[in-house]
Design a protein. Structure first.
Length: 138
C-alpha cells in the first residue's frame, strides 16, 4: 500500500475520536518519521489565548503512537502509550502546528519517540517524548 493511501486511511479512521475533535491530520510518512498537523485557534486555546499544553500533548501522543503502529507493522500486536513528556518552549495563538515523530529506540516491545512540535515558520513550540509498548492482541 502506498503512503498516500495509508495517510488517507488513517485520517478516515480518526473520525469520531479526539483526533477529529482537535482536527489533527496525518500529512507525511517518511522512512523513519511521521508528521501531523493541527490548527491553532480558540478551540485549542487555554484562557490566556494560546495553545493549551494538553492539546499539544495529545498531538504528541497521536503522532508517536501511530508511528509505532506503522513501523512495527505486525497485525497481532497492539500499541499502547505508557509515558509521555512534553516541554513547552514557545507559545502560539493561531495558524498550524506540526508534530514530527522520529524514532529514538525501536525495540520489539518498547519504542521511544522524539516529537518536535513546530509552527508554520519551523520555530520550536514544544518537544515531546513518547514511550510505547507493543503487546499481543487478546
Amino acid at each position: 500500500m502506498n503512503k498516500s493511501k495509508i495517510l488517507e486511511d488513517i485520517n478516515k479512521m480518526s473520525s469520531n475520536t479526539l483526533m477529529e475533535t482537535l482536527k489533527i491530520e496525518f500529512i507525511e510518512i517518511g522512512d523513519d518519521f511521521v508528521t501531523c498537523k493541527m490548527p491553532v485557534d480558540s478551540s485549542v486555546h487555554q484562557p490566556a489565548g494560546i495553545l493549551h499544553g494538553g492539546a499539544t500533548a495529545a498531538l504528541v501522543e497521536t503522532v508517536g503512537s501511530f508511528a509505532s503502529r506503522y513501523f512495527i507493522n505486525e497485525k497481532d500486536l497492539a500499541v499502547r502509550g505508557v509515558e509521555i513528556t512534553t516541554n513547552h518552549v514557545r507559545s502560539v495563538s493561531n495558524g498550524y502546528v506540526y508534530a514530527k515523530a522520529t524514532n529514538i529506540h525501536m525495540g520489539r516491545t518498547m519504542q521511544i519517540w522524539e516529537v518536535k512540535v513546530t509552527d508554520e515558520l519551523n520555530k520550536l513550540i514544544s518537544i515531546g517524548k513518547l514511550t510505547t509498548l507493543a503487546i499481543k492482541k487478546k
